[in-house]
Design a binder for this molecule. Structure first.
Ligand code: GUN
Ligand code: FE
Length: 468
């Protein structure tokens, strides 16, 4: 594959993220989906003989190429509830609505219906890589991975582990909510043994699923299993220990929630006498492949330093945090400390499946963090430099998410070609004035105003998986 056209992306590491514009890029992609070369000035480099041997995609300004988005954290079974019931505290939301509703995903027909909608929707919004929490059922998680494989979305999928029965009120809830079926005993959680065995089963099934892939992709299959302890309050120390053993045995990614709300942090301090990162580290739940902790709103300064040192990534979910987290995550502070911070939509702790919405929320919430609630109201602005701009946000949405997964991010030699073709001239929120707008302006407009209507093509692993 050869892709010709204007390339706009954010490059660099967490500390030196910056905008890069190549007006006339020529991107060579190998059959394995890996980018072999990127050159500027394609007219001089690509002769017609070369073009005849390859599929050539030509993108013409004001259309442009950007890297695909990484949604570093979302809950697949929560799509049906997205946009509802977000007005209660996290603990209530989880115990009364969210965890009981996930029990329904033992029904594989229901699961299939939701997975189809979700994968189509996230791909259409430019999510070329998604890091999913599925449900506690290995079979439904496997079905999600198959759906991603079939549609061509790069996916990291976790079968959710949770053995603490106190984390759900399914019996009490069933009486109030007809979508939750009453049953005995609790079907929302699982025993420790069941959780570990189902996880092992899931990992093995995922390996054989990938063996059916035709492309030679053994080191980096399109869909990969992730060890997924839901969060500290859901998991007994014994479960965490066993999941840590699986992590070291299979050397695959780990994901969980950490430092999300006052209640959640306090739970660890009171019941385990420890805080989230220490708990995960002490159970060997930090993977050499990559570890993603969602939220991290209440990480303290020394924990932020340790995130950077241990290479543990953070999924910043700014919209969900506005509802459930009792605070704003200091994303700028973390980036400047060298932490691999990516963005998550956190469906259905938030209502949008669009990473562009996460970008915008990251930007606006950072301004509130910077300025406080105003002197008259007694709110103090944040002491450190808190501001996230459109470049920082887009960096997190692409490169940062990849780094958190231990991958090469953005469009660069050696990375997989996961990319989007952006179109600003169809009916959408973006008004492009060629007399006025520079490429920088148009990029900023895309971050501020873009949506699925502006995403014309989605490439994953060097293949066009969506065109509209
Ligand atoms: N903590 C544990 N589970 C969840 C979840 O599903 N959503 C959010 N936002 N936080 C959690
Ligand atoms: Fe979450």
């Amino acid at each position: 594959l050869i892709v010709l056209g204007p390339l706009i992306q954010c490059v660099g590491g967490p500390r030196d993220r910056r905008l890069e514009i190549v007006p006339d890029a020529c991107i060579h992609v190998g059959n394995d989906g890996v980018i072999e070369s990127i050159e500027a000035g394609h007219h001089t480099h690509t002769d017609s003989e070369q073009q005849q041997q390859h599929t050539v995609v030509t993108v013409q300004w004001p259309q442009f190429i950007v890297p695909g988005f990484v949604d570093l954290h979302l809950h697949a079974p929560q799509l049906p509830q997205a946009g509802t019931r977000m007005h209660v505290p996290l603990e209530t939301w989880l115990r009364e609505t969210t965890i009981p509703r996930e029990a329904r995903f033992s029904d594989l027909e229901w699961a299939q219906k939701v997975w189809q909608k979700l994968v189509r929707k996230t791909l259409s919004n430019g999510t070329s890589t998604a890091v999913y929490f599925a449900s506690k059922h290995a079979q439904s998680a496997l079905l999600l991975a198959e759906e991603c494989l079939q549609r061509g979305q790069r996916a990291f999928v976790g079968k959710v582990c949770m053995d603490n029965k106190d984390m759900c009120l399914c019996q009490a809830t069933a009486q109030k909510d007809s979508s939750v079926s009453l049953s005995e005993p609790c079907v929302c959680t699982e025993s420790t043994q069941e959780s570990v065995e189902e996880t092992r089963h899931f990992i093995q099934e995922m390996a054989s699923l990938n063996n059916t892939q035709t492309i030679n992709n053994n080191d980096d299959p399109l869909v990969q299993a992730v060890i997924t302890p839901r969060f500290v309050p859901s998991c007994s120390p014994e479960l965490l220990t066993k999941l840590g053993q699986l992590t070291q045995e299979y050397k695959i990614h780990v994901q969980s929630h950490a430092w999300e709300s006052d209640w959640q942090v306090l739970y660890g301090e009171e019941t385990r006498n420890a805080r989230d990162l220490d708990i995960f580290l002490s159970h060997n739940l930090v993977s050499p492949k990559g570890t993603v902790l969602a939220h991290a709103v209440h990480a303290n300064d020394s924990e932020i330093t340790r995130l950077a040192e241990t290479g543990v990534g953070v999924a910043h979910c700014p919209l969900s945090n506005a509802f459930f987290a009792n605070g704003i995550m200091p994303a700028r502070l973390m980036l400047d400390a060298g932490v691999a911070v990516g963005l998550g939509t956190d469906i259905g702790g938030a209502w949008s499946a669009s990473i562009l919405d996460s970008c915008r929320q990251a930007i606006t919430s950072s301004r509130i963090l910077r300025d406080g609630v105003g002197k008259l109201r007694g709110g103090k602005p944040c002491e450190h430099v808190a501001e996230i701009n459109h470049i920082d946000a887009f960096w997190m949405a692409t490169v940062g998410g990849a780094l958190a997964l231990g991958r090469k991010g953005g469009i660069q030699v050696g990375a997989k070609f996961d990319a989007l073709v952006i179109d600003v001239e169809n009916e959408s929120n973006i008004d492009y004035f060629h007399e006025l707008d520079t490429p920088e302006d148009l990029f900023q407009k895309f971050v501020a105003l873009g949506d699925d209507r502006n995403i014309r093509q989605v490439f994953v692993d060097g293949k066009c998986v969506l065109a509209k």
